[in-house]
Design a protein around this ligand. Structure first.
Ligand SMILES: [Zn+2]
Length: 134
């Protein structure tokens, strides 16, 4: 298990379990969350920028609980100055830096990491990087 993998795990560790404040449904992990919720708009990913300014790090992933209330799981927001928010951005920047050392462009690294934290997707290049020993 390499450092990159550990970093990714840490990045998403505080997302679950997630509880719906409205009906009390508990989602233990991302798979349960996806199974137990529906997209807000079936035509869209539910992945959207929280703000319209050019802070590229302000994004979140929204889905609807079966009770109808909207849930936000992972988000990166520079206005979130809670300890958790700060730690989350720090980890994200750290991983982005680690990928840049491996020759990734900043945007490419960001997209790949957002794919993991927001949608649970590991793109092929990232998968390759994860399999390398470092
Ligand atoms: Zn609910």
């Amino acid at each position: 298990m390499n450092e990159l993998f550990e970093g990714l795990k840490a990045l998403t560790a505080d997302t679950f379990p997630k509880t719906c404040a409205c009906c009390g449904a508990v989602f233990a992990d991302q798979a349960q969350y996806i199974a137990g919720t529906v997209p807000i708009d079936p035509a869209k990913t539910g992945f959207k920028a929280l703000y319209d300014d050019d802070d590229q790090a302000s994004v979140g992933w929204f889905r609807n609980c079966k009770c109808g209330s909207t849930l936000l799981t992972y988000h990166l927001d520079r206005r979130d100055v809670s300890e958790r928010g700060l730690r989350r951005r720090e980890r994200f920047a750290e991983l982005q830096q680690r990928l840049s050392v491996l020759g990734w462009g900043a945007d490419e690294a960001r997209e790949a990491l957002l794919g993991v934290v927001l949608r649970g997707e590991v793109n092929p290049r990232l998968r390759e990087a994860l399999q390398q020993k470092n």
